[in-house]
Design a protein around this ligand. Structure first.
Ligand SMILES: *Cc1c(COP(=O)(O)O)cnc(C)c1O
Length: 403
């Protein structure tokens, strides 16, 4: 963890200390590259935590945003918003979702999903079902409801009492899941890759069994695609790898290339559960935000991003296996698409800092897992550059351990 410093390297900041910030101030970005205020250049293999998926300042999105800046930034959702309609239509054409609610973040999208599930059972089905079952190690956000849904104790510390109506069970334990279902259960919510929880890829049979169970029991299946969505895993949405269609799924992070935006998508039969006034958010789907979403999706379609990611992922995994697989410091290399976890035998916080000093930015996923999130336009050459830095860093740590 870096020490907390502000822009001027003073030890006191006017901010709440909710982040252990690295002592680097990034001031410019282009494609896979970032520059700090000292003129140092970095190869970005974290993409603002799976946000800048087209790289920094992608040309087509930038142009579209500039045009929209000249026209109109914000109007209330009490009016027609053509960009919002268009963004929603685009999202439903690239996915199995039929109706879209726009918001501003992943937590807010998951909050909307939880509310929709409750409201569907209570208003459409006329039951009092309300519980949501989630999994250990999951991450669903930082609002009170979504941190309660999150299967990690560290996000709950000091925030009691937590809202009622949530249960967490171990991943890949179908019996525990079945045992947790009652006549109060409304939905099961899960990630296809538990990204924050250590880049744990959900097993196919388990996911299929969960989808089947939801059908049998009349529960809604909510897939949290906030980190895995929009091409990151080599499909538009990670649940496509599993051949399932969720009732509800959520996106945020990468959907607008860095402009803050989120969305919840639901199946047609859920549409009537929300009525005017039942759910809202001031900034959801503004003309400016949805211009960024439209430009992001159109660019991804034109450039065949999901297919590109699938190919580049093969290249990245081949390189990782070639360079690191037999290294005793490495326990496992796993992931889906360009969401990669390298589990090490020891904490990797110092390796992150050493990477920064050598011009490579990446993050962790839990104490022992190196997480790589290159942008989805990353080149083979950039992967080679990152690989050579990473292989050196890990080799040095291996050497330290063996002498
Ligand atoms: C980041 C993330 C969230 C929370 O998104 P915010 O935009 O930070 O609220 C929720 N779920 C998953 C899987 C995430 O990766």
């Amino acid at each position: 963890m870096g020490k907390i410093v502000n822009q001027n390297n003073e030890s006191k900041s006017a901010l709440f200390p909710t982040y252990a910030r690295y002592p680097i101030s990034l001031v410019k970005g282009q494609g896979s590259w970032l520059w700090d205020d000292q003129g140092n250049k970095y190869l970005d293999f974290m993409s603002g935590l799976a946000v800048t998926n087209l790289g920094h300042a992608p040309e087509k999105v930038k142009e579209k945003l500039k045009e929209q800046l000249d026209e109109l930034w914000h109007v209330s959702n009490l009016f027609q918003i053509p960009n919002q309609e268009k963004a929603a239509t685009l999202m439903t054409t690239i996915s199995s979702g039929d109706a879209v609610f726009f918001c501003n973040s992943g937590a807010e999208a998951n909050e909307a999903a939880i509310k929709l599930a409750r409201r569907y059972h209570q208003k459409v089905k006329g039951t009092d079902r309300h519980e949501v079952i989630t999994f250990n190690q999951s991450f669903h956000g930082r609002t009170l409801a979504t941190l309660t849904a999150t299967g990690q104790d560290k996000v709950k510390d000091g925030f009691l009492p937590l809202p009622a109506g949530f249960k967490t069970v171990p991943l890949h334990d179908l019996d525990a899941l079945k045992a947790a279902i009652t006549d109060q259960t409304a939905a099961i919510m899960m990630e296809m890759v538990l990204a924050e929880g250590g880049v744990l890829v959900a097993q196919a049979e388990f996911v299929k069994a969960v989808a089947e169970l939801c059908k049998q029991e009349g529960l809604l299946l909510i897939i949290d695609e906030v980190q895995t969505g929009m091409g990151r895993t080599g499909k538009w949405f990670a649940h496509e790898h599993y051949g399932i269609e969720p009732d509800i799924f959520t996106v945020a992070k990468g959907i607008a290339s860095g402009f803050p935006a989120g969305a919840m998508l639901g199946k047609e039969y859920l549409r009537e559960a929300f009525t005017p006034g039942s759910h809202a958010t001031t900034f959801g789907g503004t003309p400016l935000a949805t211009a960024a979403i439209i430009a992001t999706i159109e660019t991804m379609k034109e450039d065949g991003i999901p297919e590109r990611v699938a190919k580049m992922s093969e290249y990245l995994f081949a390189k990782l296996n070639e360079n690191l697989k037999d290294n005793p410091f490495i326990k496992e290399i796993r992931g889906l698409g360009l969401l990669v976890g390298i589990e090490c035998v020891e904490p990797i916080a110092s390796i992150i800092l050493e990477g920064q000093q050598r011009g490579l930015l990446f993050v962790n996923a839990g104490p022992n897992v190196i997480r790589l999130l290159p942008n989805l336009n990353v080149t083979e050459q950039e992967i080679d550059q990152a690989m050579s830095i990473l292989a050196d860093l890990i080799q040095e740590h291996t050497n330290v351990k063996t002498v």
